[in-house]
Ligand binder design. Structure first.
Ligand SMILES: C[S@@+](CC[C@H](N)C(=O)[O-])C[C@H]1O[C@@H](n2cnc3c(N)ncnc32)[C@H](O)[C@@H]1O
Length: 254
């Protein structure tokens, strides 16, 4: 048994070609563009000490490198960090570790980003506490959250196709997608948790609003991306999209 298998809380991407299998071989140009639009909108223009947490192979590095004095890609998977190193070399520091014990000092980072990772975390409250700890007072965290209350799920629930209520605030574990756990959150639940952890919610975007194979076929990626651009802000108040992006700040110490 490999060493990593003993650590239950980790979704192990070592040896898995996430870049090729998930992004390149599948038609996910629209989802990638939707993430990029949101990240561009939410990250500060200038960042002193930035980290992409659970950042995989650095898919979004082109978005943050031009804005960062120092940028670090943090992930558990050495496979992915190696891919990033090959592409970006010295421009991007890579650090391997477990999110539950981040190898950063208290208040070390001025900005952090975490995209498409919350669904892996059984103990999201512990993860948020760690992110809060490593962020400097006055710092910014941009966090994408896997939403349980999406429009398709509401329809599936109302038509009896699923018993999982999208309306309850309990965390949904969609273990049929991943047997190790695939956690989705109600917006109210996660927003309360952000506040309880100490974060202030500064801005919210509704992202990947048109994530559907049928819509891709009807409209094509180019048109969907255009629609996505306008929808992210307009639809933010209803929070029905599969990805909800939050820009959070850690208050300054008085
Ligand atoms: C779906 S990928 C997202 C990668 C990247 N943020 C992106 O959007 O392309 C999830 C990432 O979380 C990482 N991960 C999962 N559990 C982790 C843990 N406990 N500590 C650090 N990274 C973890 C995986 O290795 C993987 O790279």
């Amino acid at each position: 048994m490999s060493k990593t298998k003993k650590i239950k809380s980790i979704s192990d991407y070592n040896g898995y070609d996430y870049k090729k299998i998930f992004w390149e071989d599948a038609d996910r140009k629209y989802e990638d563009a939707a993430d990029r639009i949101a990240v561009r909108r939410l990250l500060p223009e200038r960042m002193d000490n930035f980290a992409d947490i659970a950042g995989g192979y650095g898919r979004l590095a082109d978005e943050y490198l031009p804005r960062s004095k120092k940028a670090t890609l943090f992930d558990f998977s050495q496979t992915e960090l190696d891919q990033a190193k090959e592409k970006y070399g010295k421009k991007l520091n890579t650090v391997q570790g477990d999110i539950y014990n981040l190898p950063f000092k208290d208040g070390e980072l001025t900005t952090l980003l975490m995209v498409r990772a919350t669904h892996h975390f059984k103990d999201i409250d512990k993860v948020l506490k760690e992110l809060y700890r490593v962020l400097a007072p006055g710092g910014t965290a941009v966090i994408e959250v896997a939403n349980k209350r999406t429009l398709p799920r509401i329809i599936r629930y109302w038509t009896g196709k699923t018993k999982i209520s999208p309306f309850t605030h309990t965390v949904a574990n969609l273990s049929e997608i991943d047997k190790d756990g695939f956690f989705n959150y109600h917006p109210k639940y996660i927003e309360d948790l952000f506040k309880k952890t100490g974060f202030k919610i500064d801005k919210v975007l509704s992202v990947s609003n048109f994530r559907s194979a049928r819509l891709k076929k009807i409209f094509g990626n180019k048109n969907l991306i255009k629609m996505e651009k306008s929808a992210q802000k307009i639809l933010a108040p209803v929070r029905f999209a599969p990805s909800i992006y939050y820009r959070l700040t850690k208050p300054q110490v008085k």
